[in-house]
Ligand binder design. Structure first.
Ligand code: GLA
Length: 395
């Protein structure tokens, strides 16, 4: 008998507001009430993986699970997280500590350059997102913190500034060579819409998505992600340099078309060929996915998700056995499609299934996974949700 995922569990997680959690943590840690709060969502990327740092499109959805930051002005920087470890006193100019506080220090350093940081603050952060599951808990943290601290400093940043502060915190301070997808959806997410983000031009197009997605976590923490992601990014940069010998005006790999692939394959060192092939085919799939989603063709969208997963598995080599297994099981049980979402090397699979069948499909996936790996995966669902917002703090 397959394990039926409880409908209660995910919805109760979503109802527990991250702002409420952060406020309780703040009060317990600093014996006072916070002055401001903000929250930002995690994301599931429908398709468009590893295209954002190659000038291609992405099609993410903001999820209902969020991270909140609440704060109050102080003379020092004191940070506390619901992940544990107690209150941490940090110095902005000291070497980074290689933990979650680095993200906040990165945000504050960036806000300072915009004169949008308070002189110091007590900050509490809490999340209803799983950490390290490829659902962009880091951008939820940086965007929520950037919003809360800029409000505390009496500044209203534009959406573009919020994206940039959060991106630069992660890229320049934490040192993850990410693109801008996660920060962009954390800022611009909208209820019941996916967002087609053309990273080369900055163009944003909302695509209605009233449906529901299931997230099946592999339970493989992608601890090595920063290293692997940085390595793939270097490979893409190297490939671009080779391509420019042949096409000097090329700005991004995503500008190549499918018709360029045979010539590219003749010119590039063999290990780089599949990386470029993934970027080029994923670019085509992502734009088509936005069109078929807009037309309501979920069956075709599902096929594209599956093709995207195969491309990650074979060409980009960023999947793990657990994710491949979940995708295969989903397809055997008549999902429309499934794919590993986010950077990879662990993380979570997004499953798109016909609404009438979805409870059965995920139950079967859970059963198959447990039989193979000896444990039940975390599974929950979400609809497309809103981006960053100021939080009215609970009394
Ligand atoms: C991580 C990065 C994103 C993007 C994805 C892969 O989530 O933060 O910018 O590159 O990986 O699509």
């Amino acid at each position: 008998m397959p394990h039926i995922p409880s409908q209660e569990k995910p919805s109760s997680i979503e109802r527990r507001s991250s702002a409420r959690l952060a406020t309780s943590l703040f009060t317990a840690s600093f014996s006072s009430r916070p002055a401001v709060g903000a929250s930002a969502p995690g994301r599931v990327n429908l398709i468009g993986e590893h295209t954002d740092y190659n000038g291609g499109p992405v099609l993410p959805v903001a999820v209902e699970r969020r991270t909140a930051a609440v704060a109050r002005i102080a003379n020092r920087w004191s940070l506390v997280s619901d992940a544990g470890g107690g209150v941490q006193e940090v110095e902005l100019d000291a070497p980074l500590r290689r933990n979650w506080t680095d993200y906040i220090i990165g945000v504050v350093r960036e806000l300072r350059t915009l004169h949008a940081a308070p002189r110091g603050a007590e900050i509490a952060v809490a999340t209803t997102l799983p950490i390290g599951a490829g659902l962009s808990s880091s951008a939820a943290l940086t965007v929520a913190t950037a919003k809360a601290l800029s409000l505390l400093a009496g500044k209203r940043l534009t959406p573009a500034q919020l994206v940039e502060v959060a991106f630069r915190a992660e890229y320049h301070h934490v040192g993850v060579r990410c693109g801008r997808m996660d920060q962009t959806i954390a800022v611009h997410g909208e209820s019941r819409s996916a967002l087609l983000f053309e990273t080369a031009t900055g163009e944003l197009r909302r695509v209605p998505f009233p449906g529901r997605l299931w997230i099946v976590e592999t339970g493989v923490p992608h601890r090595l992600t920063a290293g692997e992601l940085n390595r793939r990014r270097r490979e893409c940069e190297e490939a671009l340099a080779f391509c420019r010998d042949w096409r000097p005006a090329l700005r991004h790999l995503a500008q190549l078309s499918a018709a360029d692939l045979p010539e590219m394959a003749r010119r590039l060192p063999p290990p780089l060929v599949p990386r470029v092939r993934h970027v080029v085919t994923e670019t085509v799939r992502t734009r088509e996915a936005a069109d078929v989603l807009a037309g309501g063709d979920l069956r075709r969208l599902g096929r594209l998700l599956l093709e995207g997963h195969e491309s990650l598995r074979v060409d980009y080599q960023s999947t793990v056995a657990e994710a491949d297994f979940i995708v295969k099981s989903a397809m055997e049980h008549e999902a429309y499609g499934a794919r590993l979402t986010g950077a990879g090397w662990g993380g979570a699979v997004v499953v798109l299934a016909p609404e009438m069948l979805e409870a059965r499909v995920v139950a079967e996936i859970g059963g198959d996974f447990a039989a193979r790996f000896g444990r039940h995966p975390e599974m929950w669902n979400t609809r497309a949700a809103a981006g960053v917002r100021r939080e009215a703090l609970p009394e």
